[in-house]
Each structure stands twice: as structure tokens, then as C-alpha cells.
Write a protein that binds this ligand. Structure first.
Ligand code: NAG
Ligand code: NAG
Ligand code: NAG
Ligand code: NAG
Ligand code: NAG
Ligand code: NAG
Length: 406
């Protein structure tokens, strides 16, 4: 076992780090790398990173949740008493067995979530929902009726007040101040008031919806999984979702693209996933993400995602995924992890490809030479995510393409 402690200072190393984790703006990084010779689940090296852009949202005390901002947006008190007819009821998930980070402020209310009153359970007899509801590990926490998307119908001053206390992406705190009510509201108004990631309603539908979630893992290089991936009803992709030139391995169809403001930074314009048939699922992670979204809404962004196809992830869904499923002390799940959770809570049959990291393969399937995956644990906990995919697969809830590793 090799153990090394190094301070990354050179621009080269810094660039490599950016490529590896898309964290962006890594300033001072100290990482401890523990390398093992096996490629098993537990072999993701432990990395300690003192500061990344994502983890900047952590307060000085190291909490994921900043203290509430001292200045609050003044709101018309009359608005407060108007009941929003679009909002479903709130529900709690028992957190007696979820022991991590009890010291966080708002711990108790962190387990209260908005229900989607339009949600219909699947009537597909083979649905993963049936297995998940009765699962020993996940039966108590699987709530596909949670409000997954937020839109302007579901956003009002009460809802803003309820959500404001948590740090983005779990709410609207960012670096000790609140993202303004108007800022969120005006952004959401640019996109349709849809509460499903599918254009068809569940109601009266007996067909089973099959989904493929395609991560960017190097495990797909040479996999020839393209045809199998394309055969699913829906194909989810994330970040730099290259397909052209990689069809044999990753397929060519994209129906859902999951992204945040820096997803496409390293991608050439001609490879951007753009199309009228693609649903764009946005994960707001920083304050800047709202102005990024507005440039998509008003067509001034170079990324020409049709605004009518854009959906925004609900802060409650993010909090549910993070606290209830991931239960880890990192900033947020990976964007690929969020994509998987979205599909798990919407599809009847789910297959995961290119998910999880492994040193046998390069970081990404599109790398031109081998690039080692470098985890940034303050931002994401990849080990926990790999464990989740493994357990979901072993319980037959999802299919996880493992190739010759994991
Ligand atoms: C959820 O739990 C909180 C306290 O933990 C309680 O105040 C609230 O009434 C509960 N809400 C629901 C909908 O059960
Ligand atoms: C939070 O929940 C715990 C039980 O999980 C309870 O003992 C405690 O009183 C609650 N705190 C508040 C402020 O509601
Ligand atoms: C969906 O099914 C679960 C498990 O049978 C049940 O607990 C839940 O109430 C159902 N939800 C809806 C909206 O019908
Ligand atoms: C978009 O979807 C429609 C309806 O399913 C289909 O007819 C059309 O060929 C699709 N367009 C592209 C570019 O895939
Ligand atoms: C589009 O939105 C951005 C972000 O809010 C704004 O800066 C820009 O002026 C807008 N452009 C147009 C043409 O509306
Ligand atoms: C992708 O696979 C090919 C053939 O298996 C191999 O030669 C190449 O080095 C791989 N690419 C990377 C970036 O690992």
C-alpha cells in the first residue's frame, strides 16, 4: 500500500484535478492518496481536500449548513396566508436510524418533504417500485411520490421561507446570504410548470418504463454496450455526454440530460446534447446557477436547450437523496448519482452503465489517454454511491453493468 501526501500547486496538476472532478476553481488542495492493488469496492482511495469551489459553501465550522443570513427578504405578509392549491402535503421520513450529522442545524426539519399530489404508483407488474417498497434496506425510505421537480406553480413565499434555511442545493442559502425570492421565482417562471420528467402521465398507463442511466466511466470504453443502452425507452446522460464517435460503447440516443452550470465547460460546442426531444434536468448548486438558467431561458446561453424542455430539481428531492439515501458528510451527491436517483424514482426498470469509478479503467470513456480518477471527498462521496449501486443491484431493484470489476 502506497501512501503519499502532496500539495498540489502547479497549474498542470490543478488542471488535471479540474478535469477529474469537474469541481472547478480548486484553490488549495492537499490530498492523501491511499492506493491499493485490488480493484474492489473498498479500493477508492481516501482523499482529503481542504477546499474546493463546491465545498466553499461549507461554513467556517465545517457544517454543511450555514447559519441563516441576518438579512431576509421583506415579503408582503398577506401573501403568506394564501394557500397554494398546487402544493401537495408535507410528509416526514423517520430518521431514528440515520445517525450521521445530528449536530447540523435544522436536523429535525431536514426530514420533512413535499409530496407530489399528482403522483401515481406504477401499474407495471414488474416495476422496480414493487421491489423497492418491500426491500429490507430501502422499503422504509423509498418515496417516489416526493416532489422531484420545482416549478413556478410550486414556488411561493411560504415555500421559499420553508426552503430558505438550507444551503443550496438543499435550499436557498449560499455563502451566508439567501438567494432572493425574486431571483428563484423569476428564473422558474421561464420554464414550464411540469412536475414529471416524462411527458406522459402515469395515469392509466400499464406499460413499463425502462430507463438506462449512462455515466461517463471509462468502464464503457470498449464495452460495446451501445445497442443495449439504446434499446431502453429512455436514456439518461450527464455532464460531458459524448455520443458521436462512441456509439458502439455508449449508444446514440439521449432522452434526458442531467446537468449543472459547469457540466459542459470542457466540451466542444458541436458535441453539446441539443434536441427538441431531450428533457433537460437542471441541478442548481450555486447562486450563479440561477443566472446561468436564466441565460438558457432567454436563449443567450451558447447551450441551446429549448426552455420548454427544462426541468429544475426540487431542493426537497436533493435533501431526500443526500440525507436519506446517501447519509454522508460530503457537499452533495455526484451529478451522476443525482441522475440515478431521479431515474430510480421515476422508472419501472433501470439499468446503470458507466457508473462507479475504478482504477482498471480511465476516468472517462472519452479520455484520449489514461486519466486516473481522483476523488474529492468534501464534494462527493463516491464510495457511498458505489455501495448503493451495489446494494440496489444485488436486491434486483436495478441492473448495474459491472463488466469485469466491482
Ligand atoms: C414532521 O416532524 C416535525 C418534527 O420532527 C413535526 O413538527 C411535524 O409536525 C411533522 N410533520 C408531519 C407532516 O408529520
Ligand atoms: C429532534 O428530534 C429528536 C428525536 O429524533 C428529539 O429528541 C428532539 O427533541 C427534536 N428537537 C427538536 C428541536 O424538535
Ligand atoms: C404507492 O404504493 C405504496 C406501497 O404500496 C403505498 O404505501 C403508497 O401509499 C402508494 N402511493 C400512492 C400515491 O398511491
Ligand atoms: C422526436 O420524437 C418524435 C416522437 O417520438 C419522433 O417522431 C422524432 O423522430 C424524434 N426526433 C428526433 C430528432 O429524434
Ligand atoms: C438573459 O439573462 C441574463 C441573466 O439574467 C441577463 O444578464 C441578460 O441580460 C438576458 N439577456 C436578454 C437578451 O434578455
Ligand atoms: C480505451 O480502450 C482501448 C482499447 O481497449 C485502449 O487502447 C485505450 O487505451 C482506452 N482508452 C483509455 C483512455 O484508457
Amino acid at each position: 500500500m502506497l501512501s503519499s501526501l502532496s500539495v498540489i500547486e502547479s497549474a498542470d496538476m490543478l488542471k488535471r484535478y479540474l478535469m477529474a472532478c469537474l469541481a472547478g476553481g480548486v484553490l488549495f488542495i492537499i490530498y492523501l492518496l491511499l492506493k491499493t492493488s485490488s480493484f474492489a469496492i473498498g479500493s477508492v482511495p481516501k482523499a482529503v481536500v481542504t477546499r474546493t469551489e463546491d465545498s466553499n459553501v461549507m461554513s467556517k465550522t465545517g457544517s454543511l449548513f450555514d447559519e441563516p443570513a441576518t438579512t431576509t427578504t421583506e415579503v408582503d405578509i398577506n401573501l403568506y396566508s394564501i394557500r397554494n392549491p398546487h402544493l401537495g402535503p408535507l410528509f416526514n421520513i423517520s430518521h431514528d436510524n440515520i445517525i450521521n450529522f445530528k449536530h447540523y442545524p435544522y436536523w429535525n426539519s431536514s426530514f420533512t418533504f413535499r409530496q407530489n399530489s399528482n403522483w401515481k404508483n406504477s401499474t407495471c407488474t414488474e416495476s422496480l417500485q414493487k421491489k423497492a417498497f418491500t426491500s429490507k434496506d430501502f422499503g422504509q425510505i423509498f418515496r417516489p411520490d416526493i416532489q422531484m421537480l420545482i416549478n413556478s406553480d410550486l414556488f411561493d413565499v411560504n415555500e421559499y421561507r420553508r426552503l430558505k434555511r438550507w444551503t443550496i442545493p438543499y435550499g436557498y442559502e449560499y455563502r451566508g446570504r439567501s438567494i432572493m425570492y425574486e431571483e428563484v421565482g423569476d428564473t422558474l417562471k421561464m420554464f414550464p410548470s411540469e412536475d414529471s420528467i416524462f411527458k406522459v402521465s402515469r395515469e392509466g398507463q400499464t406499460d413499463c418504463i425502462s430507463c438506462a442511466v449512462v455515466g461517463n466511466g471509462g468502464i464503457l470504453n470498449g464495452s460495446r454496450m451501445g445497442k443495449e443502452i439504446d434499446e431502453h425507452d429512455f436514456v439518461f446522460r450527464v455532464n460531458q455526454a459524448y455520443t458521436r464517435g462512441y456509439e458502439d460503447d455508449v449508444g446514440s440516443r439521449t432522452t434526458h440530460f442531467v446537468f449543472f452550470d459547469r457540466s459542459l465547460t470542457l466540451m466542444k460546442l458541436e458535441h453539446y446534447p441539443v434536441g427538441q426531444n431531450i428533457t433537460y434536468i437542471f441541478v442548481p448548486c450555486r447562486e450563479a446557477d440561477y443566472s446561468y438558467l436564466r441565460t438558457i431561458g432567454n436563449g443567450t446561453n451558447v447551450f441551446k436547450a429549448p426552455p420548454e424542455n427544462v426541468r429544475v430539481i426540487h431542493p426537497d428531492f436533493m435533501r431526500y437523496v443526500h440525507f436519506v439515501w446517501m447519509r454522508v458528510d460530503s457537499f452533495r451527491p455526484t451529478t451522476g448519482g443525482i441522475m440515478t436517483m431521479v431515474a430510480l424514482h421515476a422508472c419501472d426498470k433501470l439499468s446503470l452503465y458507466g457508473m462507479g469509478y475504478n482504477y482498471k479503467y480511465s476516468n472517462h470513456y472519452f479520455d484520449t489517454r489514461y486519466q486516473e480518477f481522483l476523488p474529492v471527498l468534501l464534494s462527493h462521496d463516491h464510495t457511498r454511491e458505489i455501495k448503493l449501486w451495489d446494494t440496489l443491484d444485488k436486491e434486483g431493484i436495478v441492473y448495474w453493468y459491472r463488466r469485469d470489476v466491482f
